[in-house]
Design a protein around this ligand. Structure first.
Ligand code: 4AD
Ligand code: MG
Length: 463
């Protein structure tokens, strides 16, 4: 008998077809002459209904073992289902229980569990409807991203996770060391002697692959990197993780406008792909999690994003009849309440805010002619706030050197980055998309901890 994924059976399985499925028992219902098993293997939101008749070999003992959470293999024949809402069901001729799940202790019994509770069972929560749907959508987003760039001729480059340079210059890096912390080597001046560390100097987990992506863009024109990034910022919010995935395209011969155009086309493409490939999961989110999910997707795909400068945004915020918690003032960074007001209440769609004050943005962003602002752009979205941060990069050596020094960073640490401006420099631009924020945006999930399988946040690293 052909081994099939449950999604395939539900979609294309034909009456009288013999199939074998494997998965985990979601529920069991015993009637007089037969029993129903709902089986799920993660390939779809919907379960496959299995009918077990009393004449099945070992009926009684199999049924006893078939509790919620047990792993099972069922072979049988597909028959039309008399039940509402399903086309087909599986009439079992052989059932094998691989591993039982004790109903006294298995925590996922048939009832609604809070997301907080599910986080305490991170090793089991993917077996629930909601987390199952989240991770299928997450996968579809990742596939869409690679497809988008592949179709446009971007080279996928792999940037390092361990690095010696701080891309954002914000000092939010986790140190990586193999030194014995109980017995640290010291220099004569009693500083820690990193020359004796694994790499012979201080090393960190990367906060962004951008600097290395710029290196590759200066050879391949259009590239992107997609990998985990790390921030040791002590932010306990529903939108921050200490380990998150970032998608970072980088384009040579490209300015800020080209960068914005790419970001907008990119988001539209990913939303379109997910709607097409995960309709059931998206329906589920729209029905159970956030009833604006479908309208949001439609809005993203069919409307042009608003584009405003930071200076215009500040003026709009000053005019707003809304009390903000944080001050609105030219020169201060936009807080997520401000970003959300713009996207959610004012424009009612994503907005791209450009040309931020030089004082609040990273050293690599290109200085505008006014010398007060930089060619930065943030895409801010309803509910999420900042989802993409990017810029045109400073391609002029003298200005870049000055900006690095003004940021309090060491020029020597960036010698290779500066070399890109010495040899064949060209205007270039890129951005970083927070992958989990994208998945949140797509699914309506309120907390970022519930869109990554194993969230890392302050004081939390179980599983
Ligand atoms: O705005 P950020 O800090 O930009 C960069 O790192 C640039 N080097 C990117 C580039 O131009 N190549 O981060 C980019 C995005 C943010 O817009 C946000 O969506 C996400 O990464 N992000 C986080 N997501 C989850 N948890 C955190 N702690 C995040 N910090 C940033
Ligand atoms: Mg940012």
């Amino acid at each position: 008998m052909k081994k099939r994924l449950i999604a395939e059976v539900l979609r294309g399985g034909q009456k009288d077809e013999l199939v074998t499925i494997r998965g985990w028992a979601r529920t069991k219902r015993e009637l007089k002459e037969f029993a129903f098993l709902e089986a799920n293997d993660g390939s779809s939101m919907a379960n496959l209904q299995v009918v077990l008749h009393t004449d099945l070999p070992d009926y009684a003992s199999v049924l006893k073992q078939l509790n919620t959470g047990a792993s099972v293999e069922v072979s049988g024949v597909l028959v039309d289902s008399p039940a509402k809402g399903q086309r087909i069901e599986l009439k079992a001729s052989a059932v094998k229980v691989y591993g039982e799940a004790d109903p006294e202790s298995y925590p996922l019994q048939k009832k609604r569990h809070s997301f907080e509770f599910l986080r305490t069972i991170g090793h089991l929560r993917s077996r629930t409807n909601t987390l199952g749907a989240v991770f299928r959508v997450r996968n579809a987003c990742a596939q869409a991203i690679h497809k988008f760039f592949y179709e446009r001729g971007f080279i996928w480059v792999h940037t390092p996770i361990i690095t010696a340079s701080d891309c954002e210059g914000a000092g939010e890096m986790f140190a990586v060391t193999s030194l014995d912390l109980k017995n640290l080597p010291r220099t004569e001046s009693q500083e820690i002697d990193y020359s004796q560390d694994f790499f012979g100097k201080k090393a960190f987990l990367t906060v962004s692959g951008q600097l290395e992506a710029e290196v590759m863009a200066m050879a391949f024109s259009n590239v992107y990197t997609f990998g985990p990034t790390f921030r040791a910022e002590n932010s306990n919010t529903s939108r921050h993780l200490a380990e998150f995935w970032m998608v970072e395209p980088e384009m040579a011969f490209c300015d800020l406008k080209g960068d914005m155009d790419l970001a907008e086309a990119f988001l539209k493409y990913v939303f379109g792909f997910v709607l097409e490939t995960c309709p059931e999961d998206i329906e589920f989110f729209n029905k159970r999690i956030d009833n604006t999910v479908l309208a949001t997707a439609d809005n993203i795909i069919n409307n042009q994003f608003e584009r405003v400068t930071y200076t215009e945004a500040i003026a709009l915020l000053e005019k707003a009849k809304k009390k903000f918690e944080y001050p609105v003032e030219w020169g201060l960074d936009l807080q997520s309440e401000h970003e959300r007001y713009l996207a959610e209440e004012l424009f009612k769609k994503p907005a791209i805010v450009t040309d931020y004050p030089v004082g609040i943005k990273a050293f690599y962003m290109r200085l505008n002619d006014d010398a007060k602002t930089v060619a930065a752009m943030d895409v801010v979205a309803p509910k999420i706030g900042e989802i993409i941060g990017g810029s045109q990069r400073e391609e002029r050596l003298d200005i870049l050197e000055r900006r690095i020094q003004e940021a309090g960073l060491n020029l020597e640490d960036y010698w290779w980055y500066l070399d890109l401006r010495r040899y064949g420099t060209v205007e270039h631009a890129g951005f970083g998309l927070g992958f989990e924020r994208l998945v949140q945006f797509m699914t309506g999930m309120a907390n970022i901890r519930d869109v990554i399988p194993f969230p890392r946040t302050p004081l939390s690293i179980d599983f």
